[in-house]
Write a new protein. Structure first.
Lengths: 162, 875
């Protein structure tokens, strides 16, 4: 439950010198070559592929439930949540465990990158031409040197149409 | 809050709970010096501590009360009920003051002069004034929380709004604490320490996880083989088990804690109701989980109240009935196979089935014919319906019609099952079965399409295995174990009953069929009980039963009603717990559960409109056959030798006419000797005699045809009196026997150019099939639809019809709504509409005319329908 359990073993933290502007830290993840950021404060764990028990009759974005040290964690297929194609076989997937409203969820992504501290001056609101499905779960975009990072709105991501 | 005060509060709450019961005991044994001394001591301690802590208001009440007790101890006067009532009143006053102290950290302002004066008067004279329960001075009806609160409010006006808001919460808190502290005391005497519940909960959680980790380790060790880790691992395993049991024990409390308030409750009730009631408690030391104890407290209280109020008769009535004037309520508890059984029995008047029936009818919970086929058990279940109370007179105690349904819901929430048995005149017994703990639940692990699921043991009655393949011969024994299918609905014959089945893999969408083609392996059927109805869950495989730690599912999965939670197995895998209730709902089974589910009630109501009388008979095979009684002209017994043959067909001279004799399809040849049972049908001068083996019965039953059979001569199957029954298509035999019967009709139809077109709307497949030939025969062209919605669509599409015949009770849009809709439309406002109803037409007349029906006809009266149609069309 505390940030102390943050367990990112092989992902060196990229220390960017704090800017005068406020700096926010994100765990970066990749889905279909797009980089996303998840606020580091809510991330509890990063795991390699786990055994998942599918939940029949649940919404399709729910990949299933899994056991994380004796706690039940609901796994969300972020790819499906973003309306992305599911044809690519997911041999390499990673799980980012987040806590939201006292419950743990595991977000299934393609890969997990480094933790980045990003200054607010690099932040922009969602471009207007972003698809509504993405607008809904995106808080905005950070301009990085060679790519863009979409900030995931985890609360919205975990609000599924029933 | 001051630590000292906090300690005082816990201690005093404990003592007060004890006082209530001791006083009741004292009342029964006024001479018992030991009880008296112990009461005196408690009151004295309260007084002393209050004085020490500067709680003057509490101290003065306690002091006055102690004086009275002192006098009794000295033998100045006896502890008669009125004196005891006065002391109980002072205890209530102390309790109330304490609960406010707990809330605000300070004694409320005000005085209790009236009470103290009365106590002093009593101490001086031995007379207790104004405390009779009949002449309730307001502070006297202490058990009625609302009134009691008023007393406090007048004393403390500035606390009014807060009091009102927080009263409920504070009360709950206090009760919880009392339960906990009392428990630890009875368990181990004075040698206890107080531990916060949250600490225990957390410990329990951690132990559960420790157990799971241990299991994982053990599994790993087994796969690796012999290593030096094995010995310490074994030790770890043992210690973990002990630890788990130890921590479980800290959560266990004797059920007596939940009963602690009952003696006082019964005492007060018996005074108020003018009854004599003896409360016996057996097995009060039976332990169960703390959390459960809290949850059963209120339901139990309600049930005990009910027993005292509704169950036990007044003294005079008991005397008249030849019973002892003291009624007995017995509470007992014991363990049975991982569950705890609680019984609440009274020796009162028992449930009056007739009264319940009346009430059921009056409240429209079921129809008369439905009730007629119900068992007593099923009728008793109605007392758990919302808004149901058999008490003729509503008393302040119970009978307000909220209660038993809430009791049931609350008990079901914790996986409990309630049954009741009653002998009219001799009393009622409620059996409550609840799990020992919520944290650990025994489940059966089953497999569906390679995935494991858990089914709670408490719902399971038995496991049966069955096959889908047809038995090679007509081996009767195989029928018991063969899954039969009625229009995609699988059923199993189980001990002469049809058990509806739900396929777990199919309903969960794991595969399309409940069984892969040509798979000869048995299907395991887990028979589950829901209230008084049961159904079977088809699974691919059944594993062991397991004790599991239940974990709630995330809010994201709450809408999946089929699962009630999940758990982690020893190998670390997560499996889902199937909720049989949710599964049945998801499968849309029309199970009439004991829950007050509005949907199911509505369903019943609609289904109830299809009551038809059937003649049940046996012929060809074991399955009973049925024909609607209204088609039958007569039942005859004839001698087989009277049958003659004409043109190779059997005939019989019958009332100066010739009756054609038929048998059901596929039947062996006609017997040529003995007495034959014949069902005689007549239609338009044609007489048909159907030979049967045995006439069984005539029953009124819902017309719910399960399927339209593919086989000729049968309309379909229905479940009548719990048995699958084939409905025989009489018109088929008519047309087979009298080839000219239909042809004649047809040619007549073709000949007439002015053939009218009727739109027949009925949701019952049977009635559509039943009415259509009748109308065709009467020279109408018929279009049938199964819903008013579809009929509206057809009308809008410009169907050209001359009249509409519609059922009234249909889902979505009923006949009345449909007629109103038509009348509003200028295109149809003059279109004749005839309503078909199985209600008494007289009852319905006004409604039907208002809705714009031209006429309405009883469903069972087909001739009237034909007459009415021709009359209406002629107008």
């Amino acid at each position: 439950m505390s940030k102390a359990s943050l367990n990112i073993v092989s992902f060196p933290i990229n220390h960017i010198q704090p800017n005068k502007d406020t700096v926010k830290e994100f765990v970066t993840v990749t889905i279909e070559n797009q980089m996303f950021g998840i606020p580091v404060a809510i991330v509890q764990d990063v795991l390699r592929k786990q055994r998942i028990t599918p939940v029949p009759l649940a919404s399709q974005e729910i990949a299933g439930v899994m056991n994380l040290r004796g706690r039940i964690v609901t796994a969300i297929d972020v790819r499906k949540r973003l309306g992305l194609d599911d044809t690519n076989s997911r041999t390499k997937s990673m799980y980012v465990v987040v806590e939201y409203k006292g419950e743990q969820y595991s977000l299934i992504v393609d890969s997990v990158g480094e933790v980045m501290a990003l200054p607010a001056k690099n932040f922009e609101n969602n471009p207007n031409n972003l698809s509504p499905q993405w607008q809904e779960v995106s808080l905005g975009v950070y301009r990085l040197d060679n790519k863009l990072m979409v900030v995931l709105d985890v609360a919205k991501l975990l609000t599924l149409a029933t | 809050m001051d630590d000292l005060i906090a300690d005082f509060l816990t201690e005093t709450n404990e003592s007060l709970g004890q006082l209530d019961n001791e006083l009741v005991k004292l009342e029964q044994n006024p001479e018992d010096k030991n009880i008296l001394s112990s009461i005196f001591r408690v009151m004295h301690t309260i007084k002393g501590t209050c004085g020490f802590l500067g709680l003057s208001r509490l101290a003065s009440v306690a002091h006055a009360s102690e004086n009275v007790l002192g006098k009794i101890r000295e033998g100045a006067f006896a502890a008669n009920p009125s004196v005891i009532s006065l002391i109980l009143e002072s205890i209530d006053c102390i309790k109330e003051l304490i609960s406010q102290l707990e809330e605000k950290g300070a004694e409320p302002q005000g005085e209790d002069r009236d009470l103290i004066e009365r106590l002093n008067h009593c101490a001086a004279t031995g007379e207790a004034k104004g405390q009779s329960y009949v002449a309730a001075t307001d502070s006297n009806s202490a058990h009625k929380k609302e009134e009691h609160k008023e007393v406090v409010i007048t004393q403390n006006p500035d606390a009014l709004s807060r009091e009102a808001k927080e009263a409920a919460a504070a009360q709950g808190l206090k009760v919880a604490e009392e339960g906990a502290t009392e428990g630890s005391r009875t368990a181990s005497g004075g040698n206890t320490i107080r531990v916060g519940l949250d600490v225990l909960e957390k410990l329990m959680q951690m132990v559960s996880e420790l157990v799971l980790t241990r299991n994982q380790l053990l599994q790993l060790a087994r796969s690796v083989g012999e290593t030096e880790f094995n010995t310490p691992l074994q030790r770890l395993s043992h210690i973990t088990t002990d630890l788990q049991e130890g921590v479980m024990k800290t959560r266990m409390q004797p059920i007596g804690n939940a009963w602690a308030k009952f003696p006082r409750l019964i005492r007060d009730l018996s005074h108020e109701l003018g009854k004599k009631i003896d409360l016996r408690m057996i097995g009060a030391d039976t332990e169960l989980d703390r959390q459960l104890l809290e949850m059963i407290k209120d339901p139990l209280t309600h049930m005990v109240r009910n027993s005292a109020d509704h169950g036990i008769e007044k003294i005079d009535d008991r005397k008249t009935a030849g019973k002892s004037e003291v009624g007995v309520i017995t509470l007992s508890a014991y363990h049975e196979g991982g569950h705890i059984i609680i019984k609440i029995a009274d020796d009162g008047k028992g449930l009056n089935v007739e009264k319940i029936k009346e009430k059921v009818l009056a409240n429209g919970l079921a129809t008369e014919s439905e009730i007629a086929v119900m068992s007593e058990q099923q009728i008793y279940q109605f007392i758990f319906k919302p808004g149901f109370s058999t008490a003729a007179q509503v008393t302040s105690v119970s009978g307000r019609g909220v209660g038993m349904d809430v009791v049931l819901t609350n008990l079901q929430k914790i996986g409990g099952v309630v049954e009741l048995s009653s002998v009219f005149g001799n009393g009622t017994t409620f059996h409550i079965k609840i799990p020992l703990t919520l944290a650990i639940m025994p489940v059966l692990v089953v497999e569906a399409q390679d995935q494991l699921f858990a089914i709670p043991q408490i719902r399971i009655v038995e496991i049966v295995n069955a096959y889908t393949t047809q038995g090679t011969n007509n081996e009767e024994s195989l029928l018991e174990h063969r899954i039969e299918i009625i229009n995609d609905a699988p059923v199993l014959r189980l001990r002469e009953r049809l058990l509806p089945l739900v396929s777990l893999p199919k309903i969960l969408g794991l595969r399309n069929d409940f069984r892969l083609k040509n798979d000869e392996r048995p299907i395991y059927i887990v028979v589950c009980q829901l209230g008084s109805y049961s159904f079977g869950i088809m699974t691919d495989k059944v594993y062991d039963t397991e004790e599991i730690v239940v974990k709630p599912v995330s809010p994201l999965l709450k809408n999946v009603q089929v699962f009630s939670g999940c758990t982690i197995l020893g190998d670390g895998n997560v499996i889902l717990i199937v909720d049989p209730n949710g599964l049945a709902k998801h499968a849309d089974m029309q199970i009439i559960t004991t829950e007050g589910d509005i949907d199911s009630q509505q369903h019943k109501f609609i289904a109830g409109s299809n009551i038809t009388s059937f003649l049940i008979f046996k012929a060809e095979g074991k399955t009973p056959k049925a024909v609607p009684l209204e088609l039958v002209s007569r039942l005859e017994e004839i001698d087989a030798s009277r049958i003659e043959w004409s043109g190779g067909r059997p005939v019989l001279q019958y009332r100066g006419d010739l009756m054609r004799i038929v048998q059901l399809e596929n039947r062996a040849k006609l017997p040529d000797s003995g007495v034959l049972q014949v069902i005689v049908f007549m239609d338009e001068g044609k007489i048909l005699g159907l030979i049967v083996d045995e006439i069984v019965d005539i029953v009124d039953h819902e017309m719910n045809v399960k399927m339209l059979s593919g086989s000729e001569g049968l309309l379909g199957s229905a479940v009548i009196n719990d048995r699958t029954t084939d409905l025989v298509d009489v018109s088929y035999y008519f047309s087979q026997t009298f080839e000219d019967w239909l042809q004649h009709k047809n040619s007549q139809i073709r000949a007439s150019n002015n053939q009218k077109h009727i739109l027949l709307v009925d949701d019952s497949a049977f009635f559509r099939k039943f009415m259509e030939p009748i109308l065709s025969v009467a020279n109408y062209r018929v279009t049938t639809v199964d819903s008013a919605i579809k009929a509206t669509e057809l009308l809008n599409d410009g169907i050209d019809c001359d009249a509409i015949v519609t059922d009234i009770d249909m889902p979505e849009m009923n006949g009345i709504q449909f007629a109103e809709l038509c009348r509003k439309d200028s295109r149809f406002h003059s279109l004749p509409i005839i309503a078909l109803t199985s209600y008494d037409p007289e009852k319905f007349k006004i409604d039907a005319k208002d809705a714009g029906f031209n006429s309405f006809v009883s469903k069972s009266d087909r001739n009237t329908l034909v007459d009415t149609l021709s009359r209406v069309l002629a107008e």
